[in-house]
Design a protein around this ligand. Sequence first.
Ligand code: 5GP
Ligand code: ZN
Length: 119
Amino acid sequence: MDRPAKADCLFCRIVKREVPADIVAETDELLAFHDVNPQAPHHVLIVPKGHIATTNDLLAEEAALVGRMVLLARDIAEDHDFAQSGYRLVLNCNRQAGQSVYHLHLHLLGGRYLSWPPG
Ligand code: 5GP
Ligand code: ZN
């Protein structure tokens, strides 16, 4: 399904280069950039270029897209030499999980020990 950009969405604006970001990787359908407020030595956000608000809005036909988000995160961790030491992938959905930007984004966190359970 074609997912058009949402004009007032921050991450759509980053995808369109209307808002600057420190870009780490890009494919035809995904963009990865450093989180502006990093919670670990490595903190990258992987987003689909099309606007999808939350995981609740994903369609079955977008399963492979989400898989490629995970694989791109894995590749970034390998390229930056923290795949073997370890990392965490996080998808926050809606208010109780602390989602603050309503454009689907996969957090890639690494470079330090991460406690469990999360807060
Ligand atoms: P959420 O809380 O929705 O799961 O994560 C949103 C993330 O986006 C936060 O970690 C926050 O620091 C990051 N963020 C918010 N605004 C910007 C921005 O303008 N640029 C970048 N690169 N990251 C942002
Ligand atoms: Zn968006």
